[in-house]
Design a protein. Structure first.
Ligand code: CA
Length: 233
């Protein structure tokens, strides 16, 4: 079974906090709460949450500062600011500190739940794009953990192999030359003529892992005279 999505509520007004908790539990989320700024920051930085609902006017430490501190440690943490402060300036300040969304009080529960779902959906897509490369129906590469699978077969990769794949995927609309790979992935300022073999060796290793027939690749293809191209379909 998939684990439950965890949401942290940082809100000092007990009635709102309790109401939010009830709503989120009802929708199947797991909930943790903090009733003031310092406790909220502590939980946000030490716990693992899929989303943080963050009030702005809080005792001890305001929501802007908490958002700022969370962002300095974790750029990707989804945060929705929740507040009675709904002037343009407040909203702009919240969003520019990196909140993913901003909901004014009083809010409708239906709207809140939809916004939460939208932020979670975007976050999940972001994680998938950053951490996974999919090729065809049966190949998946987890670029963060340097592993993957082809059909039922488990694969492991070196950091450099994954970097080659990531660069090719980021430029998958065109072939990428060996010189460009050497420059962008290996960081060589200039191809001295001997290193292109390094690229070929990495490509050959990747093909042995990713292709069902490495001699006739379907995904990591050679474009004659131009370089390599990653076909993700
Ligand atoms: Ca408050």
């Amino acid at each position: 079974m998939e684990r439950k999505i965890r949401i942290l509520i940082v809100e000092d007004e007990a009635a709102i906090r309790t109401g939010l908790t009830d709503v989120l539990l009802y929708h199947g989320y797991e909930v943790d709460e903090a009733a003031d700024g310092p406790a909220g920051l502590e939980k946000a930085l030490t716990g693992t949450f899929d989303l943080i609902l963050l009030d702005i006017m809080l005792p001890g430490l305001d929501g802007y500062e908490i958002c700022n501190r969370i962002r300095s440690q974790d750029r990707e943490q989804p945060i929705i600011m929740l507040t009675a402060k709904t002037s343009d300036d407040d909203i702009i300040q919240g969003l520019s500190l990196g909140a993913d969304d901003y909901i004014g009080k009083p809010f409708s529960v239906a709207q809140l739940v939809l916004r939460i779902q939208a932020v979670l959906r975007r976050a999940r897509i972001g994680v998938d794009i950053r951490n996974h490369i999919r090729l065809g129906d049966d190949i998946e590469v987890d670029t963060r953990n340097l592993c993957g699978r082809r059909g039922g077969e488990r694969l492991s990769f070196t950091r450099r192999e994954v970097e080659v794949l990531q660069y090719l995927r980021a430029n998958s609309e065109r072939p990428v030359s060996r010189d460009e790979l050497l420059s962008k992935v290996w960081g060589y300022a200039r191809n001295l003529g001997i290193e292109t073999r390094t690229v070929d060796i990495h490509v050959a290793k990747l093909r042995r892992k990713l292709e069902s027939d490495p001699a006739a690749p379907r995904h990591l293809v050679t474009v004659r005279g131009a370089g390599y191209r990653l076909l993700t379909d």
